[in-house]
Structures are given as C-alpha cells and as structure tokens.
Write a protein that binds this ligand. Structure first.
Ligand code: IPT
Length: 995
C-alpha cells in the first residue's frame, strides 16, 4: 500500500525518541503554496482542511479551562495533564478583565491571575492554547468579564468604538499582550491563536471595535492568527471590517436544561454546508462546542449530576463524532473543566459551582464522559490521515451504500492516501434502538461488503462509530478495514501496534490483508486479546478495558518536546490505573517510570517497546514482569503487574466544632456611626437603567466603588413622627435578597426569586411598614439596607452589560426627606481594597468582612462560643459571623478531594438564610438555603492547608426572624493516591491585611 506524505509516523532510534526537523516536513507534507497564513508568521498556517503548526497538520482537539475558576496555580498542571491524557492537544482559555484590571490603571497578573505559570504548565504538559481575552467573555461571569469600574465610568454602550470605551480596555489588552508575546509558538511557547472578543455580531457599531482590537494586536509582537467565535451560523466577521484570520462558530445543541437529561435534541445536519457556503478556504472550526451545561439557582434546579447525564458519554460519542462527520478539524469543548465561580465571579444566573457537568468534575476528578473523550482523542492522535479529508457524501444520498436506512453513514477521504473514514450513527440521532447494518464500499482490494463474515455493524442506542478503510499506521502497518474502533495505532519502540476495541455482545471485524478476522462476542482469554500479524502487534478489548488505557507520551528533549507530533511520536499504552499523568523510559528502553493516580488497587498492563523489562509507579518498582506470565505477555514488551493502593484508613478530616460568634450587622442600630461610609450624593450615572424614583440621587453601589458582593445603605431622615412606611425598589440581580431595618427594627426582606423562573425577579419594589413606636419624632432615624449583589448581567443583544445594582427607588410615606444616604461595600472599594492576593471579587461590605473576620489569624478569643447550628441569637433577622479553625494533617502523595457540605446535603429547604463560606479568607461558596440547589462546596488543596491550621468563617444572614439552624461538615469525597505533587498556599492573614 502506498504511503502518503502524512505525518506523525514512526519513532526513530531504539526508543523512538527524536526531535522532529519540521522544516523538511513542510515541503514533504504539503505543497506550501496552497497554505494560508496571516502574513505575520508561517508557524501557524491553514488551508481548507486543517490547521498546520510549523508545517505539521494537526487536528485541534481542545477543551475550555478558566484558570481564574481554579485559584490555585499549582493545580493547573493537573488539569492540563488530564487534558493531554484525554488526547486533547489544546485548551481554550478565557482571561477575566475584571480580575486582572480591578481599577483604572491597575494591571495585576499576580497569583491566580497570572498567565506565565499557565503557559509554563501548558508547555510542560504538551498542550497548545487558544487565548480568549475578550475583553468581553460571557462565560456566566459577572458583566461577562467586563471590569466593573468600566460599567460605571464609561458612558453609553460598551463594546463599541466610542473613545471612552476604547481607552478603558487598552491597559488590559496591552497587559495580555505583554504577558503572552514570549509564549507564542514562535518562541517555543503554547499560544497558537488569540480570539477577538466573544460571540458578537458584525455591524457598523461593532465592526470598528473588532478592527480596533485587531489593530492593537497587529501593532504588537503578537503574530499568531486572530480568531472569532460566531454565536451561531451568522457569517459574522468572515469578511469586511473586523474580519478575523480564522472564523469559527459555536454550538450547544442540547441547550442548558438539565432537568430532562435523557431528552436529546437532534444532531444538527447543516454544519458542512454552512462551512462550504461561508469560509471554504478555511478549516471548519468550533471554538466552542457543548461540553456540558450550566445550572441556575432555584428549588427546581436539576444540579450538575443531571447536566453530566444530558451531556454524558453517549452524547460525547454521537455529537463529537458528528463534528468529525461534518469534516470539522478544530473543536474545543466548553467546558473541559468548569471549576468554581467563587466570590463575585458568577453572573446572577449561576451559583457557586461551575462544575458544568464537564469531563472533569469541579474537584478535578475524571468521569465516564472523560473516558469516551479519551477514546476519541487517542484515535485522533493515532490517525494523521484523518487531518486532511474531503467530505465525500453520505448514505442518505446514496454516496455510501448502507444496507439499513436506520444507519446514516458519512464518508470522508484523505486525497493523498485514500485512507477513508465512515462515520456512522442512527439516522434518527436521538434513537435508543438497535440497528445492524453493513456497508458496500470501494477499497484497495476492490469493492467489499463490510463486515464479510459476521452479522453486521451494530449501533446500540446512542452511539456512533468510525469505520476505516485503507488506514495506515506506524512505520508500515496497514489495515484494509475495521469495524472495530481504534484506540491506538502507531509505533511503540520499533514495533507497530494497533489496539482495537468494541462493545462486547456486538460483532467486530477487521482485515489487514484480505483475510477478515472477527471478534464475535465478548473478549476471550483475558481483558486484552492479542493477535500478532505480520510483525505488527494487534490487540482487541471491550470498551471498559479500552477505556482503562492511557497513552502517555514519551517526551523528547527538543523544543516542544512533550507535544505529540511536533515534539515526539513516541508513547506507551498503560491500562488499569485511574489516571496516568506521565511516563518516561530509561535510555536503554528497559525501565518505564510512570506517574499517576489510583483510587483502588488495580492490575497494570503496559504495552511498551520490546526492550521493556521493569516498571515503576510513582517511583516504586511494580510487582510484575514481561515474561510469558500471561497469554498477552508472551509476545514480548508487555508488562503485566499489580498496583496496590496503600491503606487510606488514616486519612481523615475533623468535625467542625468550637465555633465563635459575633454580630456582623452593627449598622442596624440607630446610633451606629457611619460617618466614614461614603456619602451617596451623585445625581448622574452612566449605569442604565437610571433611578426609578426618589429625589434624583443615584444609589448604585458601583458608582461609589462598591461593585460586587454585599453593599450596605443607610438613609437618614429627621422624622416628624408621621412617617408610616418606606417604599424601596432594590435591585441585586436575579436570586438576590435585601433586608431592611428602621433603626434597629427589622422591617422585612426583599427576595429575588429563582433564576429558573422565566420571569426571575431582579428587583423588588416593596413597601416596608414601620411598626408602631419604631420612628422617633424630631430625631435622626435611619433606614439600613443590607443588599446582596448577585453579579452584573451578561450582555444580551439589546442591553449592554451594565446593571443597576442598588436602590433604584426610595420614598418615605406619606412624605419625608432623606437628609443623607451613605453607602459602604468592600473595604477600600475597587481602588483601595487591601486584599490584592484574593482580588477584587473576593469579599464584600459586611462589617465582619471589613474588619477581616474571614481572614486566617483573626483573634476570636474575646468572642462568645456559639455553634453554627444555633443560628443567630434570639431568632433575629440579621447577619452574624461564625468562625472556627481546624487542623489537617493529610499525607503527601495523595490527591484528597474535600468539600464543605451544608445541612447534610439535604435538598433546598425553605429556610430563609444565606451563608457566605470563607475558607482561609477565600469566599468559596454562597449558600442560599431558600432557593438552592447547592449544598456541597468543593474546596481544593492550596486554598486549604493540608498540613496545618485552617480557618473557616461563615457569614450567616438570617433573612427572617425565625429559627435558623445550618450545619456544616467537611467531607472527604475521593482519595487518589499519586496526585499532582506539592501544592503551596497563599493565604494572607489578618495581620498582613488588617493588622
Ligand atoms: C456561549 C459563550 O460564548 C460562553 O462564554 C458561555 O457563556 C456559553 O455560551 C454557555 O456556557 S454563547 C452560546 C450559548 C451561544
């Protein structure tokens, strides 16, 4: 069989380790004249088929990861290694303007805001990056990522080319450029593209804005292509002002309602046609394809486990392979790892967890859908012929002959090698039925009806399959066809290896030459069946066994040495452990050192070079050998052993006891001295909509520097004694709350309702009656409002991402005048907040937060002892702080996944309380007990100190004067032996920030 000029082929030398000379490959692989670039670098090119990096064709198979949602930089490598192990070669990363540029002129790339450690970790893991700095990112984050101060300081609509908006983003984008330039692929770095803004439509208002952003990059040292994500099939920014280098569009075919997780929407069928009619000279690119779904506040919220069903392994099988069938060659899954919307990160539509039902859980653990993603990713990595295919047609028009119309089969073919890929699914993509079919297709051995000896190719319910013909692999491996799926094809050591898999109970058949070989049912002779054909090692297993395999890359010493294809084509196959992080082979090829995670003791199977004789696991030699100890080790180079989990009995976490308590709402007392609060006397605002009623004063927190989290308002009036009530219209965004007091008397709470309601309440216009005797005639009386800000809205098509958060209307009844309004939020506001490590999003304006009661090291010795489950004293409505400390002494060499759990994780109750959970000073959770659904709050090592003292503080807001008795436990969710290595903490103390 003729070998085409494809890439990613053999390993040279005894261990297959080599640094590729890509300059020669450019000429060998492609006619360079047909490749396009942006005129700024030829290291990233493209044509109608795919992207090429340094002349080497790649299938960009990527996942979304927001480092700001995992505020522990030492854990980023773990996520990237898990992406790499899934066969992804890239991540897509939003950066957050609001965090990096908290106030005008301040650019902060320290701590979790840093980019350099992300880039270093990506380079180490062998993962490319498409950077998406916005300025607008959407992302279910407050104001869609726009810096809050901008929403107050810029007049008019944002995301236009108006001078003040233009000025507002300069520091941020120039900061991004400065941090990124030296990490582009042109400098052996991971960054291969930069996206312009996010999902905006192209018109006379927005196009000059895009152009202005592009001009800034073009006048900088950024040379990689600029890309764009159209929200749908809108042909935005393909041509004309603001057009980008590489266009793509986003798709979320299952949408975001996780409450009927088994209900599927059909696979869209027009992607290929749309691409042909839109940007046929570019590859088909999905900058965002559905990787999960977000979930909203409310008692009917389905929760993330259901989102993970809606977008589960079957969804990954059918919908991701539908991308292949449309000839997509660049795709990124939103989210691969969702993480946590801690502090003020969320927009009002989502709660703290941003788990997203993604491939990794919020705790960074792998899932069943991760395994399916890995099966696909390793196939792509194994199949360079697949990176350049023509879309030939499908069975519905007779281009592919299929025996059963219940199956829809699309044909893709490499024009250079004739390798052909048939992507099959049910014609009704939502079908849960079973369909058996065969295909009659041309091959190098003539027209064949495949399979030849067994009953047919099976589709059981929601699954999709890839059937290959004339597929080549490794240095000389050939496959005439296979109905079994390919886990791995390539060279290991000096031997070509093909690892096939299929569902047990179905029939599978492949042919190397003309002789069909079948695996009728199940798997015989152990988990992996070995067939040694013509010096090529061919293996077959069932799906669970195949899913247990990892294919760690053996890095070369060259530039980009850990990047598959560009840096190395060497790898080994490792079956058994929960996760394989890394592999390296001794120079003589005898000893393989593996690193990874175990959740249980597990058998280990390594398919390595024939020189292999020993394996270490996390530095310890593994019991086992490559002798003919089992049927599969007989062929040589296969190590069979046993990995043993150490006892985890001693790994425990304490009960949370010893709580101390203090009142955190002294402001709700008539004699509270608020003279250091900010006078709220503005009569103009850039925020829309403006005030609803009152006397012209603007009571929007952000106009006074208090843009996020809890804000307190105090309205003073000299009473005549005739005042009977106050009418307040308070806006905190969907699911907000505000409690109102007159002097020290509680008047009531305004409740925003669930975001699951179509007409979710963002603003409550309510009359608060004054009880008899509460007003003091002839004296100063004070209305105190404690208000939660649930975040600023994302942009909709008509409204900008400005949001009126505050008191939109105020009026004393029957009459009266507020002599003074004062406002207080986070200490220092957005310009002078002291906590530069945790950043502008972390805390708010509660008395206890201003005093630093949430910080480690604050001395509570003078406080009273009071258990959290006792609630506030005397069933009052108000806010109290509960603080305690606990020690952890958790062993190293483990990744121990912990979470804080309210109320025994019982479903949303109707108890009217909010609790703000601070762990070592970080606001890691907002519990809203009357709405739900979230009770469980994962917190990572790095926020938690695993060897020492930890501080947990709960700001408990009782929103009604009733008995409120929350409970809080720390639990171990999962113990993984292995882990990502040392994780440091950066938890500034009370002395450092308030002392
Ligand atoms: C897409 C956004 O680009 C992304 O930031 C995120 O918000 C995602 O939605 C939903 O999680 S917009 C797409 C739904 C049209």
């Amino acid at each position: 069989m003729a070998r085409g000029p494809t890439l990613g082929l053999s390993g040279d030398g005894p261990n297959g380790l080599f640094a590729r000379d890509y300059s020669s490959l450019v000429a060998r692989a492609e006619d360079a004249s047909s490749l396009l670039d942006n005129g700024r670098t030829t290291e990233v090119q493209w044509d109608e088929y795919s992207l090429l990096l340094r002349g080497q064709r790649i299938f960009l198979w990527s996942g979304e990861f927001h480092t700001y949602r995992l505020p522990v930089p030492d854990l980023w490598l773990d996520v990237l290694q898990k992406a790499k192990a899934a066969g992804l070669n890239a991540v897509s990363v939003y950066t957050h303007w609001g965090q990096i540029n908290p106030s005008p002129g301040v650019i902060d790339f320290d701590g979790f805001r840093a980019l350099a450690p992300l880039y270093e970790a990506a380079r180490k893991a062998g993962i490319f990056i498409v950077l998406r700095p916005g300025p607008y990112i959407n992302a279910e984050t407050t104001a869609g990522g726009i810096a809050h101060w901008v929403t107050s300081q810029v007049a008019g609509n944002l995301r236009t080319n108006a001078t003040d908006y233009f000025k507002s983003w300069q520091d941020y984008i120039h900061g991004i450029i400065d941090e990124t330039s030296s990490f582009q692929i042109t400098a052996d770095g991971p960054v291969i593209a930069v996206q312009i803004d996010n999902e905006y439509s192209q018109n006379s208002r927005t196009a000059p804005y895009f152009q202005a952003l592009e001009d800034v990059y073009h006048n900088s040292s950024i040379v990689v292509p600029l890309t764009y994500n159209d929200p749908g099939e809108g042909k935005n920014f393909v041509n004309g002002t603001g057009a980008v280098d590489i266009y793509g569009f986003d798709s979320y075919p299952q949408l975001f309602d996780c409450s009927n997780p088994d209900k599927w929407n059909p696979v869209p069928t027009n992607w290929h046609d749309y691409h042909e009619g839109t940007n046929p000279s570019q590859p088909l690119y999905f900058p965002e394809f559905q990787g999960g779904a977000f979930d909203a506040w409310g008692p009917t919220a389905p929760g993330y486990p259901n989102c993970r069903v809606l977008t589960g392994a079957d969804f990954v099988s059918v919908f991701y392979k539908a991308l292949w069938a449309a000839n997509v060659k660049l795709a990124s899954f939103y989210m691969f790892y969702g993480g946590t919307s801690w502090g003020a990160i969320p927009f009002p539509g989502v709660y703290t967890s941003y788990d997203y039902g993604a491939h990794l859980t919020e705790s960074r653990d792998v899932t069943a859908k991760y395994s399916e993603l890995k099966l696909q990713g390793l196939f792509l990595r194994s199949s360079p012929d697949f990176y350049k295919t023509n879309w030939i047609g499908n069975s519905s028009t007779g281009v592919v002959k299929v025996s059963n119309p219940g199956a829809l089969v699309v044909k893709l073919q490499n024009p250079d090698t004739n390798a052909t890929f048939y992507i099959a699914r049910h014609a009704d993509s939502t079908s849960t039925g079973s369909t058996i079919f065969n295909i009659t297709v041309p091959t190098s051995a003539g027209t064949l009806t495949i399979p030849q000896t067994v009953s047919g190719i099976a589709l059981d319910g929601r699954e999709s399959k890839t059937i290959v013909t004339d597929y080549t692999y490794g240095s000389s491996g050939t496959l005439l066809y296979s109905t079994a799926q390919i886990l791995f094809a390539g060279t290991i050591g000096t031997r070509d290896v093909l690892f096939l898999y299929g569902t047990s109970g179905q029939s599978h058949e492949f042919a190397v030459n003309s002789t069909p070989i079948s695996f009728p049912t199940g798997v015989k002779g152990g988990p992996v069946t070995v067939v040694d054909v013509d010096d090529s090692l061919i293996l077959f297993s069932d799906v669970p066994t195949a899913s247990s395999f990892f294919n760690p890359v053996l890095a070369s010493g060259g530039p980009l040495g850990n990047y598959w294809g560009l840096g190395t084509n060497s790898s080994v196959l490792v079956g058994g452990p929960r996760f394989v992080r890394n592999a390296s082979l001794s120079p003589d090829g005898a000893t393989l050192a593996l690193q990874g995670d175990l959740n249980v003791s597990a058998p280990l199977v390594v398919i390595g070079p024939t020189t292999l004789s020993a394996v270490t696991w996390n530095g310890v030699s593994v019991d086992g050998d490559t002798a003919a100890a089992s049927n599969i080790s007989a062929v040589g180079g296969i190590f069979v052993g046993q990995l043993t989990l150490d006892s985890t009995d001693d790994i425990q976490v304490p009960e949370l006891t010893g709580w101390k308590f203090a009142n955190s709402l002294p402001e709700a007392a008539a004699d509270f001295d608020d003279s250091n609060f900010t006078l709220a006397d503005h009569t103009k605002t850039n925020i829309v909509p403006g005030p609803a009623f009152g006397d012209g004063r603007v009571l929007y927190g952000c106009d006074y520097g208090f843009c996020e989290n809890i804000v307190l308002w105090r309205g003073h009036f000299n009473a005549t004694g005739g005042e009977t009530s106050v009418n307040l219209s308070i806006n905190g965004g969907q699911a907000f709350a505000a409690s109102v007091f007159l002097n020290s008397v509680f008047l009531g709470t305004a409740f925003g309702n669930s975001t699951n309601d179509r007409n979710a309440i963002v603003e409550v216009d309510q009359v608060y009656n004054f009880p008899a005797g509460a007003v003091t005639a002839g004296a100063d009386n004070v209305i105190t409002i404690v208000q939660d800000n649930m975040g600023l809205d994302e942009a909709s098509s008509v409204v900008s991402e400005k949001s009126s958060r505050g008191v939109r209307g105020f009026k004393l009844n029957p009459s009266g005048h507020f002599s003074e309004w004062r406002v207080q939020g986070k200490l220092g506001g957005y310009t002078d907040f002291p906590d530069r490590v945790r950043g502008v999003m972390n805390d708010g304006g509660l008395f206890g937060e201003r005093e630093g009661w949430h910080l480690p090291g604050f001395d509570t010795s003078s406080w009273v002892s009071r258990d959290l489950s006792e609630g506030l004293p005397n069933k009052t409505a108000g806010v109290g702080f509960f603080v305690t400390t606990f020690d952890l002494a958790l062993p190293s060499g483990f990744d121990i996944l912990l979470s804080f759990n309210f109320d025994g994780n019982s479903a949303a109750t109707d108890v009217p309380y909010r609790a703000y959970l601070f762990v070592n000073g970080w606001m890691m959770g907002k519990r809203v007990a009357n709405l739900g659904p979230q009770t469980k709050f994962p917190v990572h090592q790095g926020i938690l100190e695993y060897n020492g003292t930890n501080t947990v503080a709960v700001a408990l807001w009782a929103m009604e004067p009733v008995k409120i008795a929350p409970t809080l436990n720390l639990t171990i969710d999962t113990i993984l032996q292995g882990g990502p290595g040392a994780v440091s903490t950066n938890n500034p103390t009370w002395i450092e920030l308030r002392g």
